[in-house]
Design a protein around this ligand. Structure first.
Ligand code: NAD
Ligand code: UFG
Length: 341
């Protein structure tokens, strides 16, 4: 049987590499497009060790229209694109907004242009729970009104969703699915791929892992005076492998005839506070996390978690990996990268 080809932009990165594994395991042929600005080719070797298959790799910047045209012409037999390629550091986006608009929206517009020109029908886009801002009601459903984004990064997700919706209206041959991720954590259970933050991590999970490994002295917990049951911020932490599988389900849903723009929350439906996550990590790994309470971080949403029922009803997907397994996989990966440094 001829394998169907999927273009995965940003496929060398954290979510893209796990999704490539899931796609290859599901029988798709993957071509990764990445400029390696926040990743390296080691992730490709990890994918090979897990699946036995090396995805095709194109070293390319999605904002380079001429190069994108050349690559899409070469892969015009692709049936779909999963577009991960973006910059994602919220703080950096405040300092360098134009970099974020140019990279995240310029890249997306080239992808949409190429899909239109080469008649590639299915797009899956990495959106984010950040589009809900500070929600009035929890859990958030896909119909919860979007709030003004609190950072240029968040704006690129809101604007990206709108750009895709407008393009789908204008191009009847294109259908798209927007996946709003909550907080992806963990690594592949094999320990072959995982998250590799550059410098000091901004996100909680890699910071916990580095504090556990002694790479960081102490985790700062940002605020204990929120209006939540224990005073700490609440998030919906979703296993990276569950998240990856949702992309396969989303692609199959498009292939089965879904039209227009489809939107899905990808979360577990369960909120965990920062302190609950620290305690769960300690229990899952037996390692104590040195931490101290500091002041709130500007821009943090007090609490957000998903209603992910629509994904279950329509995609037949739900998060299944228990939190303790996710935390153990994150720790296994951290130990491996600490050793290899
Ligand atoms: P990542 O940085 O690990 O992966 C992104 C990949 O895209 C990297 O390999 C990077 O080199 C590449 N890239 C960036 N700009 C590019 C460009 N112009 N051309 C080609 N390649 C480019 O990040 P991730 O965590 O895997 O995130 C993937 C997507 O999911 C992003 O769109 C991100 O905004 C979104 N997202 C992530 C999270 C999260 O917590 N990780 C949450 C919500 C949404
Ligand atoms: N936190 C700490 N200490 C740290 C890091 C984080 O206490 O060192 C706390 C934060 O205050 C927050 C929680 O841990 O309460 C989670 O913070 P993260 O930075 O890990 O995640 P966010 O929910 O703030 O944001 C993440 C991504 C965004 C994305 C959003 C929704 O960074 O890009 O999830 O998907 F938009």
């Amino acid at each position: 049987m001829v394998q169907q080809k999927i273009i995965v932009t940003g496929g060398a990165g954290y979510i893209g590499s796990h999704t490539t594994v899931a796609l290859q395991n599901a029988g798709y042929r993957v071509v990764i497009l990445d400029n390696l600005s926040n990743s390296d080719k080691d992730s490709m070797d990890g994918i090979v060790r897990i699946t036995g298959v090396r995805p095709e790799f194109e070293h390319i910047d999605c904002t380079d229209r001429t190069a994108m045209h050349r690559i899409f012409e070469r892969h015009r037999d692709a049936i779909g694109v999963i577009h991960f390629a973006a910059l994602k550091a919220v703080g950096e986006s405040v300092e360098k907004p134009l970099l974020y608009y140019r990279n995240n929206l310029g890249g997306l517009m080239n992808v949409l242009d190429m899909m239109t020109e080469f008649k590639i029908p299915y797009l899956v886009f990495s959106s984010s729970a950040t589009v809900y801002g500070v929600p009035d009601k929890l859990p958030v459903t896909e119909d919860t009104p979007l709030q003004p984004a609190t950072s240029p990064y968040g704006q690129t997700k809101v604007m990206g969703e709108n750009i895709i919706a407008d393009t789908v209206v204008a191009n009847s041959g294109l259908s798209a699915t927007l996946l709003r991720y909550f907080n992806p954590i963990g690594a592949h259970p094999s320990g072959e791929i995982g998250e590799r933050p550059n410098g000091v991590p901004n996100n909680l999970m890699p910071y916990i892992c580095q504090a556990a490994a002694g790479v960081r002295e102490c985790l700062c917990v940002f605020g204990d005076d929120y209006d939540t049951p224990d005073g700490f911020c609440i998030r919906d932490y979703i296993d990276i492998n569950d998240l990856a599988n949702a992309h396969v389900a989303a692609m199959r849903h498009l292939q089965s005839g879904a039209t227009g723009v489809n939107v899905f929350n990808l979360g577990t439906g369960c909120g965990q506070s920062v302190m609950q996550l620290i305690r769960a990590f300690e229990k899952a790994t037996g390692v104590t996390i040195p931490h101290k309470i500091t002041s709130r971080r500007a821009g943090d949403v007090p609490a957000i978690y998903a209603n992910a029922c629509r994904a279950e009803q329509i995609l037949g997907w739900r998060a299944v990996v228990p939190l303790h397994e996710t935390l153990a996989s994150a720790w296994r990966w951290q130990q491996k990268i600490t050793k290899s440094k």
